[in-house]
Design a protein around this ligand. Sequence first.
Ligand SMILES: [Zn+2]
Length: 196
Amino acid sequence: MHRLTCRRVVVAGAAAAAGLAAFNPGKHLHAQTQTKPTGVSPAELAKHEKFMRLAIAQANKNPGRPFGSVLIDERSGQVVGEGVANLAASPLFHSEIQAMNAYIAKNGNKGWENLTMYGTGESCPMCASAIVWAGIPRMVYGSDTPFVGQYVPDIHIRVQAIVDASKDIYTSKLLLGGVLANETDKLFEAKGKAKK
Ligand SMILES: [Zn+2]
């Protein structure tokens, strides 16, 4: 019993000493994104993959933080907002916020119910909450938070938890993860390797 307690203290101390290095732990608990895009038809999945490729193109503009987003208008199938993380400019400028601001600049603060947010990574709580407040009913992402958090600083609250906590103000029509995760995982993995 005493020995076990001591070991726990040692492990906790080592983790604390590692500090921010814990984001790049070397031993990865999640070799790949575990979230799978289930419950959609092959045709729907092909559509989601098409738009995810556009989000990947955005992410490639900032390999240091490879979050890219596009907003699609479901009525036209057109891109109505796109964004890449720009934390040098503002801590608020995650790719989803950038895409929403780009949409507002052209379309105003309306019409959110027609849109779908695509992102290379699962949204953080700030962005998921912004999407909830706006009322964008559909979210599609590639890599999930347990995977992404191994390579970039992240807040480990899943989007589903935000959606579940927002039932009074938000109705989700689609929350789909793991779309093209084999490709988006590589973006975050490359970021992790570049850091070493
Ligand atoms: Zn975010």
